[in-house]
Design a protein around this ligand. Structure first.
Ligand code: ADP
Length: 854
C-alpha cells in the first residue's frame, strides 16, 4: 500500500469534490506545511496534518470515513497558528474566497503561509524585538546574506567574510528562520576547526531552517526580481551590483516570501548593508555573560535596565543599537549630539515623551496595511499615532542634529482628517459586520442605512397594526437568521390566527407566521443591509489604498519617530541617573572617573553604589590584574567597565563622573566556570574554548574581560593556564585586558612589565570580620579572606575554627623551607609546569617569565 507524506489517503469511500479541492490546494505546498482548510466558521486539518496538529495543540482528533481530522474556530485561530509556528511548523491558511452558494462547491485558495520568519500577528510577536527571516548563500570564500523583517519592512543584504562574521551576524539579528538553497550545506555546522567559533555558533539562538528552490537563488533571477520590485534600472545604488552572493540571497529570500509564503513586500522599500566594518562586535558569549538582552538570574538585563523608550518601534531600535554598537567616532558623536539635545531640554523632552506615549506600533501597523490585512481598529490606531506628528516636528530645532529629521516627519494632517471624518470612534475588530464608517461620510451608504432603518420602523408599525387588526395582544415580531422576520403567536391563541397568515416555524409554545408584505419588506431591509456591508467593505478597501499610497512617507515618519524615541529615552536615562557624555577618542584607551555599574546601581536598595575609577591604555596599562576576596565586587567592576564602553559605543551617555573612551573593535568576555551554567559540555572545556576564541581574535583595539581563568582544573594547571593567557594577551595580542583572579601569583607579571597594573578590592578586617569597601585600589591584596567569607555565608563556627587551625599549620609548613611536604609540593608544581606549554611561544626563562616585547 502506498502512503504519501503530504496527501492523506481516503481509503473507504469515493472522493468528494471538496476532498479533491483539498488535495489540489495541499499539492501546491511543500510537504512539511500544515494546511488549515476553511469550512464555515472552522479551519480543519486532515490526515497527517491533523495528527501533527492535534498532538501539538492538544486538540481532539476525530475520524470521518477513516480520515483523521481536527479543527479550530476561525476567531481563535491566530493563537493556534502562533503555537504551531513556535513549535517550528509552517502553516498555510486556505480561505473561502467567494460567498457560499447552495449546491455549489465554494472556491478556496491559499491566502497566506505563516512561518517563524513571516509571523505578523502582533499578539504573537514581542513588540520590542525584530523578527528577521535570514537567507544565506554559502560561496567558496564568502557567504551571501539577506534578511527581511516583514513586520517593519526592514531589508538588509551583504556578503560575509567567513564563519566568524556569520556567528556575529546571528547574534546581532537573532533571526527566527534561516533560508538556504536546496542542497547547500548548513554553514552553521561549519567546516571550521576553530572550536571557539563552534562554541559561539552553538550559543546563538536556534532558528528554524527552511530549504528553498535552488533556481530562485540564481543571480539572474534575483536581479530581474529585485529590479522590478524597486523599479530601478540598476542595483548599484543598493550596493548589490558588485556583490553577487548578496544578490542571490536577496533574490531567494524575496522569492520565498512572495511566492511560497504569499506575502506582500510592497512596504520593503530600501536595502541597508547587513554587516558593516565599523561596528563594535560583541559575540554571543559576551552578549550572554554581560546579560545584554536577558538576565541570567532574577534581576534585569542590561537592556531592560537602560530602556526608557515609550514606543515599540523605539524599543526595537534601542535593542538594535545595543546589539550593533558603532565603531565609528563620527557616527557615535552624531548620536551623542542627538541625545544631548534632549538631555539639555527637560521641558521639551517631557512634552515629547507625553506625545510619544500616544503612538502605537506604527511600523508593524503599516506593514499590515501593505499586506492588506489591517483591521478597522488598526487603521484607527495608525490615525491616532499620526496625530502628534506635527507637534513632535515643532519640538525639533531648526538647526543641529534633528533639523534634518523634520523632513521625515511630514505632518499628515489631511490624511488624519480624512480618516477621522470616515471612521466611527468605537471601531470593530473586523470589517465583516460593517459599522465602521460615520454617517455623513458617504451618501450612498447613508441612503442604504436609511432604507434599512426606515424598514425597521415600518416593521414596528406593522407589528402594532397587526395586533390591532387581529386582536392578538401577545403577537410579536421576531427575527430568525434562516426564516427571516416572522409573527409569533403563543400556542393558546392559535385559534384566533387569521386565514391570511402562512405558517413557517413551529416552536414548543408558539407558532410563527409570515405574510406577503412582511416578506417584501424583509427583502428590502436585508438587501439594504447587505449592500451597506458590501459598500463599507469597499470604502474600507479604498481607505487602505489611500494609506498604501502614502506608505513610503509614513514609513519614513515611523523610522524617524523610532530614532527620536530612542534618543529622548537615553537622554531621560542620563538625566535620571546622572550619566555624562563620554569623550570619544581614536586611540584605544579607557579612562573612567567615578564609574558605576548601570544595572547593579539601579538594583541596590538602601545601599549606595561605590563608584570606581579605571585607567587602561595600550602603553602604560594594558593588563590590569584584579584580586580580592569573594564577594568583594570584582565581577561587578569588570562588567561595569565593559558596559560603560558598550554604552559609549552605542552613542549613549555613561554612568560616571567623567569618561574618555577610545574606539574599540571588540569586547570579549570570559566569565569563570563557577558562574557558567552552560549545559551539556564540561564547563572547563567551554571555558577553554572561549579563551581560545579571544586569544585568536583580540587585537590592540579589543577590550578583554577575564573573570577567573583556569578554575575548573587543578590549582597548578589552572595557575599555569591563567599565567600563560595573561602573558599572551599582554605581550602578543596587546589588547586592553582586565583579569580578575584568585591566583595572587599573577601579580608577579607586573614585575618586569611596565604595562601591567595590579589592582585589588579593598577590604578592612574589623574584629576578625571582613568589611568590603567596594573600592578598587592599586596593589595586591595580602590575603584571601576565605574564612571570613565562609563565616559570612553561615558555615558553622566549629568548621571555621578547624579550618583556621589547618590554615595556620599549612602556613607554618610553607615558612619552613626544609619541610618534606613543601618540598614534595614544589616538585609536583615544577613537573606540571614542564608538561606545558599549552600555547605556542610560551617558554620559561630560568624560572622567570620573560617580557618578549620589552
Ligand atoms: P566578586 O566578583 O568579587 O565575588 P561581586 O562583583 O559579585 O563580587 O559583588 C558582590 C556583591 O557586591 C554584588 O552583588 C553587589 O551587590 C555588591 N557590589 C559590588 N560592587 C559594588 C559597588 N561598587 N558598590 C556597592 N555594591 C557593590
Amino acid at each position: 500500500m502506498k502512503s504519501s507524506q503530504s496527501q492523506p489517503e481516503v481509503k473507504a469511500s469515493p472522493e468528494t469534490p471538496m476532498m479533491a479541492q483539498y488535495r489540489e490546494r495541499k499539492a501546491e505546498l511543500p510537504a512539511d506545511v500544515l494546511l488549515l482548510f476553511r469550512l464555515g466558521d472552522f479551519y480543519e486539518l486532515f490526515g497527517e496534518d491533523a495528527q501533527a496538529g492535534a498532538s501539538l495543540l492538544g486538540l481532539a482528533l476525530t475520524h470521518r470515513q477513516g480520515m483523521p481530522m481536527c479543527g479550530m474556530p476561525v476567531d481563535s485561530a491566530d493563537g493556534y497558528i502562533a503555537r504551531l509556528v513556535e513549535a517550528g511548523r509552517r502553516v498555510a491558511v486556505c480561505e473561502q474566497v467567494e460567498a457560499p452558494k447552495p449546491g455549489r462547491l465554494v472556491r478556496r485558495e491559499i491566502t497566506r503561509v505563516i512561518s517563524p520568519g513571516s509571523l505578523l500577528d502582533p499578539s504573537s510577536l514581542r513588540s520590542k524585538e525584530n523578527n528577521f527571516c535570514l537567507a544565506l548563500v554559502p560561496g567558496r570564500n564568502q557567504m551571501g546574506a539577506a534578511a527581511i523583517d516583514l513586520g517593519t519592512g526592514e531589508f538588509r543584504a551583504g556578503e560575509l567574510g567567513g564563519e566568524g562574521e556569520l556567528a556575529d551576524l546571528l547574534c546581532r539579528l537573532r533571526p527566527s528562520e534561516i533560508l538556504l538553497p536546496e542542497e547547500a550545506a548548513d554553514p552553521r555546522t561549519c567546516r571550521t576547526r576553530d572550536k571557539g567559533l563552534q562554541a559561539l555558533l552553538g550559543a546563538c539562538a536556534k532558528p528554524v531552517l527552511t530549504r528553498h528552490k535552488k533556481w530562485a537563488f540564481t543571480e539572474e533571477h534575483a536581479s530581474t526580481l529585485l529590479l522590478s520590485h524597486f523599479g530601478t534600472k540598476s542595483l548599484a545604488g543598493f550596493g548589490l551590483a558588485a556583490a553577487p552572493l548578496a544578490l542571490s540571497a536577496a533574490g531567494g529570500l524575496f522569492h520565498y516570501l512572495r511566492e511560497e509564503l504569499r506575502q506582500d513586500l510592497s512596504h520593503v522599500r530600501d536595502i541597508a548593508p547587513i554587516c558593516r566594518a565599523d561596528l563594535l562586535v560583541l559575540d554571543a558569549v559576551a552578549q550572554r555573560t554581560l546579560e545584554l538582552l536577558s538576565a541570567l538570574g532574577q534581576g534585569k538585563s542590561f537592556l531592560e535596565a537602560i530602556d526608557r523608550t515609550l514606543t515599540p518601534g523605539g524599543g526595537r531600535l534601542l535593542r538594535q543599537w545595543v546589539c550593533e554598537p558603532l565603531g565609528d567616532r563620527t557616527r557615535i558623536q552624531a548620536r551623542q549630539d542627538g541625545i544631548a539635545f534632549w538631555a539639555e531640554r527637560d521641558r521639551s523632552r517631557r512634552e515629547l515623551r507625553e506625545l510619544l506615549r500616544t503612538i502605537r506600533d506604527l511600523e508593524r501597523l503599516l506593514a499590515k496595511v501593505a499586506q492588506g490585512s489591517a483591521s478597522p481598529r488598526e487603521i484607527g490606531a495608525i490615525k491616532d499615532s499620526l496625530k502628534p506628528l506635527s507637534k513632535i516636528r515643532d519640538l525639533l530645532a531648526l538647526s543641529g542634529e534633528w533639523a534634518s529629521r523634520r523632513g521625515d516627519l511630514e505632518p499628515q494632517e489631511d490624511l488624519v482628517a480624512e480618516i477621522e471624518r470616515a471612521l466611527v470612534a468605537d471601531l470593530p475588530l473586523s470589517c465583516r459586520e460593517g459599522g465602521i464608517f460615520q454617517s455623513g461620510f458617504d451618501p450612498a451608504l447613508d441612503a442604504l442605512r436609511e432604507a434599512a432603518e426606515s424598514g425597521k420602523e415600518w416593521l414596528l408599525a406593522f407589528e402594532r397594526s397587526e395586533r390591532e387588526r387581529t386582536g392578538l395582544r401577545s403577537l410579536k415580531l421576531r427575527y430568525h437568521p434562516v426564516f427571516g422576520y416572522l409573527l409569533e403567536v403563543p400556542r393558546g391563541q392559535l385559534s384566533h390566527v387569521p386565514s391570511d397568515y402562512v405558517r413557517r416555524q413551529t416552536l414548543a409554545n408558539a407558532e410563527r407566521f409570515t405574510r406577503p408584505e412582511l416578506q417584501e419588506m424583509e427583502q428590502k431591509i436585508l438587501g439594504a443591509e447587505g449592500r451597506a456591508r458590501e459598500l463599507e467593505r469597499e470604502l474600507f478597501r479604498s481607505l487602505q489604498q489611500l494609506l498604501c499610497a502614502r506608505l513610503p512617507a509614513l514609513q519614513r515618519a515611523a523610522r524617524a519617530l523610532n530614532e527620536i524615541d530612542v534618543a529622548a529615552a537615553l537622554a531621560e536615562l542620563a538625566r535620571e541617573r546622572g550619566y555624562v557624555r563620554p569623550e570619544m577618542v581614536e586611540e584605544p584607551i579607557v579612562e573612567i572617573v567615578g564609574g558605576r555599574h548601570p544595572v547593579v546601581e539601579q538594583a541596590l536598595v538602601g545601599e549606595r553604589f561605590v563608584p570606581n575609577d579605571t585607567y587602561l591604555d595600550g602603553r602604560h596599562a594594558r593588563l590590569a590584574i584584579l584580586t580580592g576576596p569573594n564577594m568583594a565586587g570584582k565581577s561587578t567592576y569588570l562588567r561595569q567597565i565593559a558596559l560603560i564602553c558598550l554604552l559609549a559605543h552605542i552613542g549613549s551617555f555613561v554612568p560616571a563622573a567623567r569618561a574618555k573612551i577610545g574606539i574599540l573593535d571588540r569586547i570579549f568576555t570570559r566569565i569563570g566556570a563557577s558562574d557558567d551554567l552552560a549545559s551539556g559540555q564540561s564547563t572547563f572545556l567551554v571555558e577553554m574554548q572561549e579563551t581560545a576564541n579571544l586569544l585568536r581574535h583580540s587585537t590592540e583595539r579589543s577590550l578583554v574581560i577575564l573573570d577567573e581563568v583556569g578554575r575548573g582544573t587543578s590549582t597548578f594547571d589552572g595557575l599555569s593556564i591563567a599565567w600563560a593567557v595573561a602573558e599572551e594577551l599582554c605581550d602578543r595580542n596587546r589588547c586592553l585586558t582586565l583579569f580578575a583572579t584568585h591566583y595572587h601569583e599573577l601579580a608577579e607579571l607586573a614585575r618586569n612589565r611596565s604595562a601591567v597594573r595590579n589592582l585589588s578590592l579593598a577590604v578592612r578586617e574589623i574584629d576578625g570580620e571582613a568589611v568590603y569597601l567596594r573600592k578598587v585600589v592599586e596593589g595586591v591584596i595580602d590575603k584571601s579572606y576565605g574564612l571570613q567569607v565562609a563565616r559570612l555565608a553561615g558555615l558553622p563556627e566549629r568548621t571555621i575554627a578547624r579550618a583556621a587551625e589547618v590554615l595556620s599549620g599549612l602556613e607554618a609548613e610553607e615558612e619552613d623551607p626544609g619541610s618534606k611536604a613543601v618540598e614534595a609540593r614544589r616538585r609536583r608544581r615544577r613537573e606540571e609546569a614542564e608538561d606545558l606549554p599549552l600555547f605556542p611561544g610560551w617558554q620559561r626563562q630560568n624560572g622567570k617569565e620573560g617580557d618578549r616585547v620589552g
